[in-house]
Design a protein around this ligand. Structure first.
Ligand code: ATP
Ligand code: MN
Length: 483
């Protein structure tokens, strides 16, 4: 006999099961009892809503009822009936309860009270059983699904790019090394350097920081592709927006120029956010309330101007502001925080790299909407970005979001072999090792473009959570690889 004949709570809450005998399984969130009856709030993860189980002590053994405490996992058989109480439409009149897994109330770390997000990070193996994290991970799933749906519907192909690579796409990225050497005793060459020729791959390898370069290769045959995979950066930045292991979505399109790229990125972001609005309203309403409660603990001048739901609708309904880096520098140079020396990094001249304080000023204070910044100085951008005719800038774009800062980084790629080689030499990127990349410019080259969206930054924006560690199930950050 199959064990799992349960009906998910999400479905029990529809009218389809009214007055039917069903079995439900889930975790007890709370139990209230009086002499005549016990009410158990059951959650099975299918929805943020709990299902109320009504247990009559004449029907259900006292020993069993005692074990139905917070955290325990139970199976309940019974009839779905219209609810008498306020707050729910239906409830389950238990005819039998089976304890699947007990939870000692003295020892179970998750209590019905409100725990801090910091504390919940320390029990990440259990936090998925809370309302907040249940909502976050359901929304995360919906966004991942929407990403695939968007690209599939547009005729893009999903490419799985390697996780172990010998190249460091950005040139300057901090990478995690991959080796099978005995770290205490690696083989050395004549000069006394570690001899990677004897390593597993017969060369130095690392975990990928981006799938873009391989994505470009694929786009030069399939035309429209995207990747959606894990990326690794050993940057020691302990911020609320950086993870050492995160997921990135990288579309790459042949026959696209910079403007086509911006149009696609804007349309894509609006689509996936709208998908969440259309499919996750229960969870988003809960997260909206959660964010509101959190905002109310902040000082008035630090509060966000819009609530979560309004912010999401606003982004979907309004055109992103597009401007060049040069225009942005003018705005920033003349801005109040710059004149009053409130920025930590003052903007003095053209060429300065933008810090997150500048990005957030543009988005949150000046334009009050998402911003696509284009045409950055070539010195602060990667070698593969297409050089503009002015000789100073490249066809880069960064998309900046309220509360997040950079959410997308992309560019039109340099498709001209001579310009690309020249730039690589200027930047000390070894052209011999990248022979395969340069081959695409030698044979059948074409204008093409793409971008990278940090998936967790998107989830952060859509869920209104404040820390990127709270939108991935088991975060990897400096000093933290538990679970
Ligand atoms: P930042 O300046 O915020 O560190 P970046 O310029 O290093 O970003 P890119 O190399 O352009 O970012 O990567 C593309 C996208 O990947 C970024 O726009 C961002 O959404 C995401 N991203 C980059 N680094 C991280 C990280 N450490 N953790 C999570 N997401 C990241
Ligand atoms: Mn970075």
């Amino acid at each position: 006999m199959a064990f799992n004949k349960r009906v998910k709570i999400k479905n029990l809450l529809t009218e389809d099961f009214l007055n039917k005998e069903v079995s439900a399984m889930g975790w007890v969130r709370t139990k209230r009892s009086n002499k005549n009856v016990s009410f158990i709030a059951l959650n099975d993860g299918s929805t943020i809503k709990n299902f109320q189980v009504v247990a009559d002590p004449n029907q259900i053994d006292d020993e069993i009822l005692k074990k139905c405490n917070t955290g325990a996992c139970i199976k309940v058989r019974g009839k779905v009936v219209a609810s008498q109480g306020a707050g729910q439409q239906a409830e389950l009149l238990a005819s039998g309860i089976e304890i699947l897994g007990e939870a000692d109330p003295e020892k179970y770390p998750l209590q019905p009270k409100k725990h801090s997000l910091e504390f919940l990070r320390e029990i990440a193996h259990l936090r998925v059983r809370t309302n907040t994290f249940g909502a976050v991970f359901r929304v995360r799933h919906a966004l991942a699904y929407a990403v695939h749906k968007y690209f599939n519907d547009k005729g893009f192909f999903y490419i799985h790019t390697p996780i172990i690579t010998a190249s460091d796409a950005e040139g300057a990225g901090e990478t995690f090394k991959v080796t099978t050497f005995d770290l205490k005793n690696p083989p050395l060459d004549e000069k006394g350097n570690i001899d990677f020729k004897q390593d597993f791959f017969e060369r130095e390898t690392n975990l990928t920081v981006s799938g873009q370069l391989e994505g470009e290769l694929a786009a030069m045959g399939l035309a429209d592709i995207y990747t959606f995979g894990p990326t690794f950066r050993a940057e020691n930045s302990n911020t609320t927006r950086h993870l050492a292991e995160f997921w990135m979505i990288e579309p790459e399109m042949a026959f696209y120029d910079a403007e086509d790229n911006q149009d696609l990125a804007e349309d894509f972001l609006k689509y996936v956010i709208n998908y969440a609005l259309e499919n996750c309203m229960d969870d988003l309403e809960f997260l909206n309330k959660r964010a509101e409660d959190e905002e109310s603990t902040k000082k008035a001048d630090q509060r966000a101007e819009m609530g979560l739901l309004d912010r999401l609708k606003f982004v979907v309904d309004n055109k992103f502001e597009r401007l060049s880096y040069t225009e942005a520098i003018d705005i920033l140079r003349n801005s109040n925080p710059n004149k009053k020396k409130k920025f930590q990094y003052l903007i003095e001249s053209w060429g300065a790299d933008l810090q997150s304080e500048h990005e957030r000023y543009l988005v949150e204070k000046h334009f009050k909407k998402p911003v696509i910044l284009t045409d950055y100085p070539k010195e602060i951008k990667a070698f593969y970005m297409r050089q503009n005719d002015d000789g100073k800038t490249v066809a880069a774009m960064d998309i900046l979001f309220p509360g997040i800062g950079e959410i997308v980084g992309g560019s039109q790629r340099e498709e001209r072999l001579d310009k690309l080689t020249q730039r690589m030499e200027e930047m000390d990127i070894p052209t011999e090792e990248m022979w395969w990349y340069l081959d695409t410019r030698k044979f059948g080259s074409t204008p093409h473009a793409g971008f990278g969206l940090g998936f967790e930054r998107l989830v952060l924006f859509v869920t209104g959570m404040g820390n990127i560690r709270d939108v991935i199930a088991f975060p990897r950050t400096p000093g933290n690889a538990e679970f």
